[in-house]
Write a protein that binds this ligand. Structure first.
Ligand code: SF4
Ligand code: SF4
Length: 297
């Protein structure tokens, strides 16, 4: 019932796991933090225990319902432009997905009865990819994205953590095989080993998370990305199977798609507000976007 309703709400797929301690993720997270691969994303250092165990995060948690929402666009940016990660073409996904999760929780409460739950979209210490993989929605690829054989990896992952027991799914198998395309093509060599991304070397970190100046040694390496980076997903062979989303709110502003490098270099506050009204790009503010463009020029 939950899976059928999630489809009706527009989710690509839904998988369910028993809530508990994610023991297998402990060494991965420890290693990542010990090597400072979080850079200045200090929030990653907080809530270590809660991050590994959602029952510490949500009282009485019994099940983690993972949901994928496709964002692969049907139209792309002008080729002669600085690049924006495809997930940020449309309206801020946090709001779009939160609304759908609320509806799904309401459905569960109506159908099952007294169920408490919390919705998470990139907003709390939940290892969303690990949960989605555990519930069989895909496998964690060498680029650390969740990959599916059917539709690749261009989707958002979110969760509903609820205090009711449900029927649980089993994980799927890894289909990266001998492929190393993402490792070979990463412009900043941020995929330091299969399944390990050094967050502090990733273009998404430099262009979105980093509050200071982008280190000068990165000059010429950012491959014209001014907000995020899709290279390790674009080169993944499984993304040949990506299909355009049908979420009207993820539709890109036509100006965002048509802008040339010059347009971005000359962008004003008014245009920024218009083009990125309700967009996740607002996170960097105009100031951040200008810093990135200046660095790429
Ligand atoms: S997002 Fe870009 S910079 Fe980051 S790991 Fe992938 S290819 Fe490398
Ligand atoms: S590019 Fe190849 S190695 Fe990287 S995630 Fe995709 S299938 Fe796996």
């Amino acid at each position: 019932m939950i899976k059928a309703e999630s489809k009706r709400l527009g989710f690509l797929s839904c998988g369910i796991s028993k809530a508990g301690f994610l023991e297998e993720e402990v060494p991965r997270l420890e290693n990542w933090l010990n090597k400072n691969m979080q850079g200045q994303m200090f929030y990653m250092e907080n809530h270590f225990d809660k991050r590994l165990n959602p029952t510490l995060l949500v009282e009485g948690a019994k099940s983690v319902i993972s949901l994928l929402l496709n964002y692969y666009p049907s139209e792309f940016q002008n080729q002669e432009s600085y690049k924006i990660s495809k997930y940020a073409y449309g309206q801020d996904y946090h709001f779009v997905i939160k609304e759908k999760l609320k509806e799904l929780l309401h459905f569960i409460q109506t159908e099952i009865g007294e169920v408490s739950g919390r919705a998470f979209v990139d907003s709390a210490p939940v290892l969303d990819k690990a949960w989605a993989a555990k519930s069989g929605l895909g496998w964690m690829g060498k680029n650390t994205n969740l990959i599916t054989q059917k539709v690749g990896s261009f989707y958002f992952i979110s969760e509903l953590i609820v205090d009711v027991e449900l029927e649980y799914d089993a994980p799927t198998t890894d289909h990266c095989g001998s492929c190393t395309a993402c490792i070979d093509e990463c412009p900043t060599e941020a995929i330091v080993a299969p399944y390990v991304v050094d967050g502090s070397k990733c273009i998404s970190y430099f262009t979105i998370e980093l509050k200071e100046n982008i280190p000068t040694e990165m000059k010429g390496k950012l491959d014209d990305w001014m907000f995020g980076c899709d290279v390790c997903q674009d080169v993944c062979p499984w993304n040949r199977f990506s299909k355009p989303h049908n979420e009207p709110l993820f539709q890109a502003n036509p100006e965002l798609l048509s802008f040339t490098k010059k347009d971005w270099e000359e962008i004003t506050e008014d245009v920024f507000k218009k083009v990125f009204k309700d967009s996740a790009v607002k996170r960097t503010k105009l100031e951040g976007l200008r810093r990135n463009v200046e660095f790429l020029k």
